[in-house]
Design a protein around this ligand. Sequence first.
Ligand SMILES: [Zn+2]
Ligand SMILES: [Zn+2]
Length: 230
Amino acid sequence: MADSIYTIPINEIFEPKKGCPICAIRDTLEQRCVEYIMGAAMMEPDVRIETNRLGFCKDHLGMMLAQRNRLSLALTLQTHLDEIRKNVLNGKREMFHKGGKAKSISKINSTCYVCNKIDGALAELLDTMFRLYERDEDFKALYGEQEALCLPHYELVCSLAPEKLSKKFLTSFLEDSTRLVTDYINTLYEDVSHFCKMFDYRNTGPEADWKNAKDSIERTAWFLTSYHPK
Ligand SMILES: [Zn+2]
Ligand SMILES: [Zn+2]
């Protein structure tokens, strides 16, 4: 049932060696979670209780709106609105008085069912990734052969590493990760610099070569935020 949709074979994510593998895990989880809420979850009262309680963030509401099934979304939002009406707003003006507790309103404004699910599933998958890094030499090599790590995921994996890896593997993991992020930022720097140069009057002719610079701004936005700009 529900939780099996968040099981992803780690090797399959790393094998293409394209982009940041942690972004790939996150994107897969995100897509599956959104599709699930809009489809099969309609038959799962437990999920509805959670979506009513946590709601959705701007990005994930946007992803759900982009799906075709408007009725699913309307039904999900209908009970969510009702929950806010009854349990958050109902007779609670005093929560904003001095010394009052506005916790329920600040909670509903800051939680998201999809973010919550993704964070939990990603943490479990990263546990598996660290285990593989220690126990499977082929995977350890594969990790070092990735095209990139984006900046937010570089921070994420490196800050988790000390508690997940033994000393023996920690050093090489931090070295591998730092090399991946550094190599990529160096390439990006070259591409963005070339992009800037292309605006020089000497580079306006038909023979002007953009090399890999054309999408360098978009790739930088992704590298800095872990999300491709829309
Ligand atoms: Zn990433
Ligand atoms: Zn969210």
